[in-house]
Write a protein that binds this ligand. Structure first.
Ligand code: NAP
Length: 276
């Protein structure tokens, strides 16, 4: 379990990844994303999660430069969008992302969704990028167990991370167990259910016991379950609030109560049925 905002988890290739970071989906390029990333870096965050399709890689890169944090202290994730999947197109998409970010390398590059018939070719491109030293780690996102099994049947390198929708209403226990058995770290997207979980009465009641907000309770539940988490906010006070979870511990009973909220309920698309 990570003990503070800068604490790391070690991926199966030895690369150290912060267990907590800032997500920037639905954050406007320009001032909004530049400010969000700067607030996070000022608050001590080291990891930023973007994607080509978020169309804000340039702003993320600008914030990194302006904040003046040494590059080697940061952990930057971006993702290959569905339309760019395939061997040559994924290689080209990576170069575009790198240029927009203004970086020499990316820490973690993810296949954004398991596009049928394409993700194995995309993965070969990822393996090349990894071997060429352009990315420190490679992984996938939105992969069910069967997608991973299919990928692993031909892969030379096992993905280091699977970033999936994960929150108390979609706790993904079977997939988490499978990933653990393969040494693949699980990272939660929409940990706050894209903001929709924040008025959950059970979580509110737990929060009151610890004098913490619902967001803090959920993010602490992630940490205590060894789930890498990347909440998004554009507001400085919430970016600070979300990271202020290392001074309390949820009891085993409260962890169990939160586990029991699972309804396999998604806020986003099912990776077996997406049309983008
Ligand atoms: N791989 C994928 O397919 C995928 C899909 C979705 C997301 N992601 C990644 O996961 C990250 C997080 O997911 P997400 O952006 O969907 O949502 P989230 O982190 O679950 O929730 C963000 C929402 O909650 C609000 N919020 C955040 N902290 C709060 C707080 N302390 N109190 C009250 N409201 C708060 C935010 O509003 P304000 O901004 O107004 O504070 C925003 O509306 C994304 O940004 C992205 O990096 C990946």
């Amino acid at each position: 379990m990570i003990k503070n905002l800068q604490d790391i988890v070690t991926l199966h290739n030895g690369v150290k990844m912060p267990g907590f970071g800032l997500g920037v989906w639905q954050v406007q390029d320009g001032d909004e994303v530049v400010n969000s990333v700067k607030y996070a870096l000022k608050a001590g965050y080291k990891a930023i999660d973007t994607a080509a399709v978020y169309k804000n890689e340039e702003g993320v890169g600008q914030a990194i430069k302006e904040a003046g944090v040494p590059r080697e202290d940061l952990f930057i994730t971006t993702k290959c969008w569905n339309a760019d999947q395939g061997y040559e197109s994924a290689l080209a998409a990576f170069e575009t992302s790198l240029e927009k970010l203004g970086l020499d390398y990316v820490d973690l590059y993810l296949i954004h969704w398991p596009v049928a018939g394409k993700y194995k070719d995309t993965w070969r491109a990822f393996e090349k990028l990894y071997k060429d030293g352009k990315v420190r780690a490679i992984g996938v996102s939105n992969f069910h167990q069967h997608h991973l099994e299919d990928l692993l049947a031909d892969a030379e390198i096992t993905p280091m991370v699977n970033q999936i929708e994960l929150h108390p209403l979609l706790s993904q226990e079977p997939l988490r167990e499978y990933c653990q058995s393969k040494n693949i770290k699980v990272e939660a997207w929409s940990p706050l259910g894209n903001g929709k979980l924040l008025d959950n009465p059970v979580l509110k009641e737990i929060g009151e016991k610890y004098n913490k907000t619902v967001a803090q309770v959920i993010l602490r539940w992630d940490v205590q379950n060894d789930i890498i988490t990347i909440p998004k906010s554009t507001k400085e006070h919430r970016i600070i609030e979300n990271a202020n979870i290392f001074d309390f511990e949820l009891s085993p009973e409260d962890i169990q109560t939160i586990n029991s909220l699972n309804k396999n309920e998604r806020t986003g698309a099912d990776p077996d049925n997406f049309n983008f």
